[in-house]
Design a protein around this ligand. Structure first.
Ligand code: FE2
Ligand code: FE2
Length: 482
């Protein structure tokens, strides 16, 4: 906008010029240039700060902004008094300046809507004397200012498209994360941490990141990648995301019912034998002994199941005991023999670590492929075209043990390393993950270091995360309302 004013002032020989943008009921004073005052001060005055005025037709600029009329005034102090606008003298008084001639034109966009006003002040002749603006330049100024208006309007439209896209991304990701209490707010936190890490990298003047610097567009690209990194979780069933025990409460109830039935069957069989057979005392004692043994076995079996169901990990011994119980059969309601567990239950209860079966774990891992598929369909602009690449690499590990591609260090971009550090940290300290309890910061940082030592995470990124206290940043707390 400054350039527009400068160019138009150039060919109209105007000593000063201003540019206003019309915004609903406001007129925003965006540019003010004045050679006489600058020369007097001996410096270029760059301290002008844009401000907004209430839009009324009383001021000259306001009048043009509302009516779209071109005003070419010989001397603003000689207005006849019939006009419905005034020249406000405060500026002249404050700056010891004399505004005289003025050419004020509306800036019309492609739909002929007035988007702003260009105000040229004091046309100068070759002796630097103030003269009127020639009527011949009016059309040229109008057409130039309107070309500028179209450019400004395009920028405004671009900004609003960007804002719509950003809001759409943030709202949908927030909604997807909120599907499960275990992921709620995760992407937003990973994006905030990733940006803080990137700005920490930008601040480095020595060390491994001295040569690295993310440009503004690259920060935006990283932010989108981080916001969208887990969007593929939309393809993972909620019961897997939410899984907090090996079997759900309902599934456990079913197992309990089967144990109850087995118990009732043992007691029934014992009574039946007593009624139907004439047992000697010894035989009766033996039957009682057998009955109690079976009942104890069931009781111990059920309590083992209940214990295992919420365990972080189980020993081989436990697993063998579980298999032993699984072999017990009982007669169900229809008189058929049936095992105490289904294959599904045994598989879930028998998971060695965590609570996810191999298939469920694979389903969770598949979120990265979904992320890539979804993001590949979004026609990102050139500045954002690596978003899918970065987002899809957030579970890759430097030593090649990550997924989905098992990329090696040299193929994992810095942006993805930043995101994986932020991702692991948030997963550790978030209190709402189903399979891990929330860790204190110190322990989480120790795990990051361990991951770096094992060449899973990038050690330079992890060190910076710890040294620069990215996790403790005030702006992060503020932003996320900790
Ligand atoms: Fe992920
Ligand atoms: Fe994540």
């Amino acid at each position: 906008m400054g350039l527009i004013v400068k160019e138009v002032r150039g060919f109209t020989h105007a000593d000063a010029g201003s540019l206003y943008i019309r915004d609903e009921n406001e007129l925003r004073f965006e540019v003010a240039q004045n050679d006489t005052i600058d020369n007097r001060l001996g410096v270029r005055k760059d301290h002008f700060r844009p401000f907004a005025l209430h839009l009324t037709s009383e001021s000259i600029a306001g009048h043009v902004a509302i009516t779209g009329e071109i005003l070419n005034i010989k001397d603003v102090y000689q207005l006849k008094g019939k006009e419905d606008f005034f020249h406000f003298k405060d500026f002249d008084l404050r700056n010891n300046y004399r505004t005289q001639s003025m050419l004020v034109v509306p800036m019309l966009d492609h739909r002929s809507d007035i988007i702003g006003v260009l105000q040229l002040i004091n046309a100068l002749d070759e002796n630097n004397q103030v003269i009127s603006f020639s009527g011949e330049v009016e059309d040229l100024v109008l057409s130039l200012s309107s070309q500028a208006a179209v450019a400004i309007r395009n920028t405004q439209l671009l900004d609003s498209i960007k804002n719509i896209f950003k809001a759409l991304v943030q709202y949908s990701v927030t909604a997807i994360d909120a599907r499960s209490p275990h992921t709620a707010g995760h992407s937003e936190r990973v994006a905030a941490l990733s940006l803080l890490l990137a700005s920490a990298i930008n601040r480095q003047t020595k060390g491994p990141f001295a040569q690295f610097s993310f440009a503004e567009e690259e920060l935006e690209e990283l932010s989108y990648a981080a916001w969208l990194h887990d969007i593929g979780k939309i393809g993972v069933p909620e019961h897997i995301l939410d899984k907090s025990a090996r079997l759900t409460d309902d599934q456990i109830e079913l197992v309990k019912t089967r144990f109850d039935l087995a118990r009732a069957r043992i007691l029934f069989n014992f009574q039946k034998r007593l009624l139907e057979e004439r047992l000697s005392n010894d035989e009766k004692s033996a039957a009682e002994y057998a009955r109690d043994k079976e009942l104890t076995q069931l009781e111990e079996g059920l309590s083992l199941v209940l214990r295992i169901n919420n365990a972080d990990s189980i020993s081989d011994e436990c697993l063998n005991a579980l298999r032993g119980i699984a072999e017990i059969e009982f007669l169900n309601f229809t008189g058929e023999r049936q095992p105490l567990f289904t294959d599904f239950e045994l598989k879930n209860l028998g998971v060695a670590r965590g609570n996810l079966t191999e298939e469920e774990y694979k389903k969770i891992q598949s979120h990265v492929s979904y992320t890539l598929n979804i993001l590949n369909r979004i026609p990102f602009t050139p500045e954002l075209n690596r978003v899918p690449l970065f987002a899809a690499a957030h579970h890759e590990m430097l030593n090649g043990t990550g997924y989905p591609q098992g990329l090696k260090a040299k193929d994992i971009p810095l942006q993805a390393r930043i995101m994986s550090t932020a991702d692991v940290y948030d997963a550790l300290v978030a209190s709402d993950r189903p399979y891990k309890r929330a860790l204190p910061v110190k322990e989480a940082l120790d795990i990051l270091l361990e991951e770096a030592q094992n060449e899973r995470l990038d050690k330079d990124v992890v060190n910076l995360f710890i040294e620069e206290k990215v996790w403790d940043d005030d702006s992060l707390k503020e932003e996320l309302d900790f």
